[in-house]
Structure formats: structure tokens, C-alpha cells
Design a protein around this ligand. Structure first.
Ligand code: HDD
Length: 754
């Protein structure tokens, strides 16, 4: 094998060179390498099955002959960026083994220079995100109102979806209290359509000109850059209480919507009203909704806080693991439709005000297609980091409205990519390339990768055959709806209908169940308690008084301040039950069930529940004192979590068989001590006690069999507590907790303080 022979020679040569460096009297003997490095060249590893990259297209729409990953990682040998093969990449070129490094070492300089520039500016908001590839399948139900071909029946369109938090920087934790971004890039046959939404249907502000202000207020304080990824600080509450249009969005943030259980269990909203146009030119106003097949679920606040410490990547991992396991998350895309009337009001709600939503009871969400996420990115930077969304990326059949927030966004998204992605050619990055043919007359600029031909990038021209030609509507041209603009004076003002800042927050509050209200009270109390300035807390209480006297009084009590009287009085709106997350039953796909056991226990029961959980599309994880396998009955069971690595927040439910008996593990000594002091030994590992106590506190389903009841007792869990099952067999235990899991938590047991 000539390749191997050459490699051997290189290795010999390198060893010779390195060896000579120790021939100095008194120098230490060479240290043999501690690990065996592979010395035979091999091809690059094939992508994992769940990491099928996007199809790559040249900027002219032709599929490239060489896939992008091969362009970057072709051949078997390490090369420089120019394709030259260095024989060594671990030693700088020096004047002698102990001499100074030479300036001529191009490989060194190229490697360090590239490294120095590896980071690009993070997104100014939504910096932390996770993404996946997928497919959108149109139902054809929207063709009546939109001519967008990707909404056609059974039309399949590749998509890339990026979820994000808003406030934190790239390395911040996933489970903080915040709004979540839900941005979808549809690579349609008519060009790219981006739906850049959030998991909350309303926004903080009504006019884009305030966006820098709200972001400055919500980001960490500029002097010490704290707190990270939090709204619980003075500047945030200063802003949202001085700009009371933010009351509605803030209330959603303080509700369970601010701490989703998973990206897979979040709704998405386009927020603004969009204008759809059909083949006949008729227009309809719509609001976009994403409805998760798994239902809308949230974490408990304490869970979210613990998780931010023990697993800051919780949501990112959850999304990637589900896709890798084949449990592809799905959402239905739906629209609420409204007649395109001149006043653009619906049931008195101003459709151009992004701080207002339309209750589903007034305008039902009509499904128009199905989104399935089925492939993880192959490279975080190339795809998730470099993807560039823009609300102005529209296709024929979808147009915008005069919502002043949307109008400002139409400028901001293109502008930000120029700094973030280093120039105007970001649409040539593989993840951003349209799957439709591109033939623009944009030329040159930073990071231009296209080799444009011809001499006349203008039209008409008489030199390049007059091309490219202009499409008419018959060839799928994008023609803006010729909406009439009202003759009005130029003013810096908002419509009077934008002044109502309280009736929708009250609607949201009235639509919550008692448990959800308790969470809201706790969230406001927590966040405002973190504020330093009493004046800000007092102002926040005035805002709360206008939402609801009871809400205000409870938060005021927690802050130790008097509850003020309301300054506005509103007629009670009809509640919208669709806003509540409680009360429905949802599929169990991807729910995590921890099975706590120790060697010597009922392993056949463990095996059987693990299999049953998998068959029900849940994720069973065996938790034992140490890693490895349990195999006392000769049929090994793999341990996925140890008592040291398992934390309750990872599990939706726990099943426990007998935990270590006294004397059986390292905790026996502690127990013995406890016995002596008369404090009561439990014989149960304290980490198991913590797992169970936390799961119990957070309203999670818990089952015990084969002596597991002793562990429950040690954790202070009384038999017969709602959502706690003691069963004769593992299978019965699993059956007992399954029903509860569909409802997410044992709400009647849930401690409202959490
Ligand atoms: Fe924005 C990113 C969603 C208002 C300016 N925004 C960004 C992302 C989402 C949203 C999901 C992350 C996209 C990604 O994953 O790359 N933004 C919204 C929603 C809004 C909204 C739902 C209101 C309804 N945004 C908004 C306004 C402005 C911006 C009013 C500016 C005037 N948003 C940006 C931005 C970002 C961004 C600065 C940062 C990174 C980026 O665009 O690409 O341009």
C-alpha cells in the first residue's frame, strides 16, 4: 500500500526530528506518546444518518457537481487552505528544535490567523439557538386565499427551523425565563419564504423605532454586564412599566409560556397580521400559528432554574436527541383569517397593533400544512449560526401589512446580516441559498463566491442578450398588493386604537386556570423582588392593578408593598380557554421516564418497562448507583444515568424499584451515624431521595414497585398522593403513570410556590 508506506516514512521522519531535540546534555528523556494516534490516512467520516446536510446549489440554481462538505473536506491528507500537504501540524518551523520560530512558516500563520477570526458577531438578539432541517407539506386548504405554491396540496418544501432565546448570549442557558424565537426558512420553488416568529403571539412594543430601547433595557446592565439572560432586573422593569404597551407581552413572559418544557412543545406565532393574495388577486388578512403535535408544555420555575445550572443545553439536546431517535417533532401551520377591510379591525381588535392577538374562539386557527423536523444540522456554525432570516423574504401570495413594527423589521433583518455575516453576499452561504434558480444583477462585494459571467449586469442591455428577462405574473413574478395608502399628514404618532394596553392582558389573566395564575403571581413576585429600586416595583404594581386587583394584591404582599388602586377600569372581556395550557391530554412521544434501580433488584421488570416505554415512543433511562451494566441475572441492562449524574429535571416521570438497603453502599456509614444520633436512617441513597422529592414537588408522575415504596417513604411521599402509584409489578407501575403523563403533571398536587 503506497499510501501507508509514505505515511510510515513521514512518521519516521517526524520521530527522527523530534528525537534529535532531546540530545542536549541534561535534557529529560523523550516521553512516549500517552495515546496511540492513527497514522494511516482514512477518508472523512461519513455523516451520521440524522445529519443529512442540505442540498447545495450554485448561486445560479444549478446543483453543484461536488457536495459542499467534499469541497471543504476532500482527499485523505491534511492540507493548508490552498491544498498543500504539510508533513507536520504540531510544530512551528523553527531555527533548530530549541530556536526561534520563523516568520516564513505560512502553515503556522494561516492556522493561527484563521483561528483568530473563527468567531463572528453573535446575533444582537436571539443569539442562543438550536435548529433542524425538515419538510413542510401543504394541505392545499390555503390555495383559496393564497397563490403561494408551497401551500398547495401535498407540495413538499424543504425547511430549516431555528429556535432561540432572545436575551442571552450564545453560551447562555436554555431554560431561562424569556420569549422563544421560532424562525422557519421555506426553500420554496418560488424563492425563500421566511416566517420569523416567536412562541408568544404579541410583542413588547408597537413601533420598531423602540426596538433598540427595549433591547437595551432587557439586556444585561451595561456597567457590569449582569444579569445574563434574565428579565429580573431594574432596567427591564423600568422600561416595561414606562411603556405600558409592553404589559401584554410581559404577562405572557411571566406565565408558564416563558419557560417551555421543550422546543418541541411550543406554539409559534407570526405575531403581525400578514396579507395573503390568491390567484384572482383577492386579499385576506391572516395571523400565522404553529401548533405542536405534542401540545404546549412548560417547566416549573424551580425546574427551569435547576436545569439552567445542571444542563444549560437542555432544549438544544432535547431537540437533537428526539430527531436522532426518529421521534420527529411536528407542528401544524394554521391561519386565522380576517376580511381585508379598510379599517383593518376585527371584532374591535386593531389588526395592525402587534401587542394584540385575536382569541381563537373569535377566529379559529385553520390548518394549512404540516411541518416535520427530521434531520439535525451537520455543522452548528455553517448552518445554525450562519442562517439568516428576514421578514422581507416573501414569495408570491404572501404580502405584508402596515403594522409599524413589521415595517421596521423589513429594514432591520437585511441590515443586521451585513455586520453579522460580513457583507452583502450572505445569501450565497449554503444554508441561505434559495432552492429556486437565482439570476440577480448583484455583483462583487465581500465574500463573493459566484463567478459571474457576461459584461452587462444591468438591464436592458444590448451586450448580454438583454438577459435576465423580467417575469410577469404569469411567470411567478412577485407583485406587491396595490394597497391604497391613506392620504394623511406625515406624523410621528400611533393610532388611538393602539392606546388600549390593558384589556388584552386582562383577557389573558382571566383565561388562566388557578394553577397558572399562581405561577404568574410567583413569577412577578420573584422578578420584581430582584429589582433594586422601590419606585420601579411600585410602578409595576400600578400596572398590575390595571390587569387585576387580585394579581396586584398578591404580588404586593410578596414584595411587602401596598397594593395601589387601578387607574383604568375595563369591561371584562370574555376569556379565551385556548390560551390555557392545562386541561387537555397529549401524546407521550419523547417523554422521559427514569427507572431507578440497583444491581440485585428486579432486572426483568426494569427491562420490561424500558421496552414498554420505548414501544410507547417514550424515552426510558435506567438510573443506578454506578455506570456500566447491571447483569446479576445474566441478561445485561445498560445504565444510562448514575445517581451522581441524574437530576429530576430531566425526567417527566420516575419509576423506582428497591433502592440500596442499609449496609449495601457507601451511604451505610452515614445511615449508621444517623441511627446513633437517633435522626432516623432510611437506607436510601440521599441522591435517590432528592430525585424523588424534587419530582414529587414538581407534580411529576411517580411509580414504585418491588420495595420501591420504601424509597418513596424516605422522600416523604405519602402513599395515595395524587399522581403516585405503588404497583405489584414494573409493568403496572408504568401503566399507572402513563395516563398522568398525557396530562403533563399531577396538577392537584403541584406546589403553587414553584
Ligand atoms: Fe427580531 C432576530 C423574531 C421584532 C430585529 N427576531 C430575530 C429572530 C427571531 C425574531 C425569531 C431570530 C432569527 C434567527 O433565528 O436567526 N423579532 C421577532 C419577532 C418580532 C421581532 C417575532 C416581533 C413581532 N426584531 C423585531 C424588531 C426588530 C428586530 C422590531 C428591529 C427593528 N430580530 C431583529 C434583528 C435580528 C432579529 C436585530 C437579530 C439577528 C437577526 O435579526 O438575524 O435584526
Amino acid at each position: 500500500n503506497p499510501v501507508a508506506a509514505t505515511a510510515d516514512k513521514v512518521v519516521e521522519k517526524v520521530q527522527e526530528a523530534v528525537g534529535s531535540g532531546t540530545d542536549i546534555p541534561g535534557a529529560p528523556a523523550p516521553v512516549p506518546p500517552s495515546v496511540d494516534e492513527p497514522t494511516r490516512p482514512t477518508g472523512p467520516l461519513p455523516p451520521k444518518p440524522d445529519q443529512r446536510g442540505p442540498d447545495t446549489y450554485s448561486p445560479t440554481g444549478q446543483a453543484t457537481s461536488t457536495p459542499q462538505d467534499e469541497v471543504a473536506q476532500g482527499g485523505e491528507f491534511l492540507t493548508t487552505a490552498q491544498g498543500t500537504r504539510p508533513y507536520d501540524t504540531d510544530h512551528s518551523l523553527k531555527a533548530g528544535p530549541r530556536g526561534p520560530v520563523l516568520l516564513q512558516d505560512h502553515h503556522l500563520r494561516e492556522k493561527i490567523t484563521h483561528f483568530d477570526h473563527e468567531r463572528i458577531p453573535e446575533r444582537v438578539v436571539h443569539a442562543r439557538g438550536a435548529a433542524a432541517h425538515g419538510v413542510f407539506q401543504g394541505y392545499g386548504t390555503a390555495t383559496r386565499i393564497s397563490k403561494a405554491t408551497f401551500l398547495g396540496k401535498d407540495v413538499e418544501t424543504p425547511v430549516f427551523v431555528r429556535f432561540s432565546t432572545v436575551l442571552g448570549s450564545r453560551g447562555s442557558a436554555d431554560t431561562v425565563r424569556d420569549t422563544r424565537g421560532f424562525a422557519t426558512k421555506f426553500y420554496t420553488g418560488e424563492g425563500v419564504f421566511d416566517l420569523v416568529g416567536n412562541n408568544i403571539p404579541v410583542f413588547f412594543i408597537q413601533d420598531a423605532i423602540k426596538f433598540p430601547d427595549v433591547v437595551h433595557a432587557a439586556k444585561p446592565h451595561p456597567d457590569r454586564e449582569i444579569p445574563q439572560a434574565q428579565s429580573a432586573h431594574d432596567t427591564f422593569w423600568d422600561f416595561v412599566t414606562l411603556h405600558t404597551e409592553a404589559t401584554h407581552h410581559t404577562l405572557w413572559n411571566m406565565s408558564d409560556r416563558g419557560i417551555p418544557r421543550s422546543y418541541r412543545m411550543m406554539e409559534g406565532f407570526g405575531v403581525h397580521t400578514f396579507r395573503l393574495v390568491n390567484a384572482e388577486g383577492a386579499t385576506t388578512l391572516v395571523k400565522w400559528h404553529w401548533k405542536p403535535k405534542l401540545g404546549v408544555h412548560s417547566m416549573a420555575w424551580e425546574e427551569a432554574q435547576i436545569t439552567a445550572g445542571v444542563d444549560p443545553d437542555f432544549h438544544r439536546r432535547d431537540l437533537a436527541d428526539a430527531i436522532e431517535a426518529g421521534a420527529f417533532p411536528q407542528w401544524e401551520l394554521g391561519v386565522q383569517t380576517f376580511p381585508d377591510t379598510e379599517d383593518q379591525l376585527f371584532e374591535g381588535i386593531d389588526l395592525l397593533d402587534p401587542t394584540k392577538m385575536v382569541p381563537e374562539e373569535l377566529a379559529p386557527v385553520q390548518p394549512v400544512g404540516l411541518l416535520t423536523l427530521n434531520a439535525n444540522p451537520s455543522n452548528y456554525f455553517a448552518e445554525t449560526e450562519q442562517v439568516a432570516f428576514h421578514v422581507g423574504h416573501l414569495v408570491p401570495g404572501i404580502d405584508v401589512t402596515d403594522d409599524p413594527l413589521l415595517q421596521g423589521r423589513l429594514f432591520s433583518y437585511l441590515d443586521t446580516q451585513i455586520t453579522r455575516l460580513g457583507g452583502p453576499n450572505f445569501s450565497q452561504l449554503p444554508i441561505n441559498r434559495p432552492h429556486a434558480a437565482v439570476n440577480d444583477m448583484l455583483r462583487d462585494g465581500m465574500h463573493q463566491t459566484a463567478v459571474h459571467r457576461g459584461v452587462a449586469p444591468y438591464r436592458p442591455n444590448s451586450l448580454d442578450g438583454g438577459c435576465p428577462f423580467l417575469a410577469g405574473e404569469d411567470n411567478g413574478a412577485y407583485v406587491e398588493v396595490p394597497e391604497r395608502v391613506p392620504a394623511a399628514p406625515k406624523v410621528r404618532e400611533a393610532a388611538a386604537s393602539f392606546d388600549d394596553h390593558y384589556s388584552q392582558p386582562r383577557l389573558f389573566w382571566l383565561s388562566m386556570t388557578p394553577t397558572e395564575r399562581e405561577h404568574i403571581v410567583a413569577a412577578y413576585t420573584f422578578e420584581l423582588s430582584k429589582c433594586w429600586e422601590t419606585a420601579i416595583k411600585e410602578r409595576a404594581l400600578k400596572v398590575l392593578a390595571n390587569i387585576d386587583g387580585g394579581l396586584c394584591a398578591q404580588v404586593a404582599a410578596g414584595l411587602g408593598l401596598p397594593a395601589p388602586a387601578p387607574t383604568v377600569t375595563l369591561a371584562d372581556p370574555a376569556p379565551s380557554p385556548a390560551l390555557s395550557q392545562l386541561g387537555s391530554t397529549w401524546p407521550l412521544d419523547g417523554r422521559t421516564v427514569g427507572v431507578i434501580t440497583t444491581d440485585g433488584q428486579d432486572l426483568s421488570g426494569v427491562r420490561s418497562v424500558a421496552r414498554a416505554a420505548l414501544d410507547a415512543d417514550m424515552v426510558p433511562l435506567v438510573i443506578a448507583p454506578a455506570g456500566g451494566v447491571l447483569d446479576h441475572d445474566g441478561d445485561p441492562v445498560t445504565v444510562q444515568r448514575t445517581f451522581a449524574t441524574a437530576r429530576s429535571t430531566e425526567f417527566d416521570a420516575l419509576l423506582v424499584t428497591s433502592a440500596p438497603a442499609p449496609g449495601a453502599d457507601a451511604f451505610a456509614a452515614r445511615d449508621a451515624k444517623a441511627d446513633e444520633s437517633g435522626e432516623g436512617a432510611t437506607g436510601i441513597d440521599p441522591r435517590v431521595v432528592l430525585l424523588l422529592a424534587e419530582a414529587h414537588r414538581h407534580g411529576k408522575a411517580i411509580g414504585a414497585w418491588n420495595g420501591g415504596a420504601r424509597a418513596l417513604e424516605a422522600a416523604g411521599i405519602a402513599p395515595g398522593t395524587p399522581g403516585v402509584v405503588t404497583a405489584d409489578s414494573a409493568e403496572d407501575g408504568l401503566r399507572g403513570i402513563t395516563e398522568l403523563l398525557g396530562r403533563h403533571r399531577a396538577w392537584d398536587r403541584f406546589d403553587p410556590a414553584l
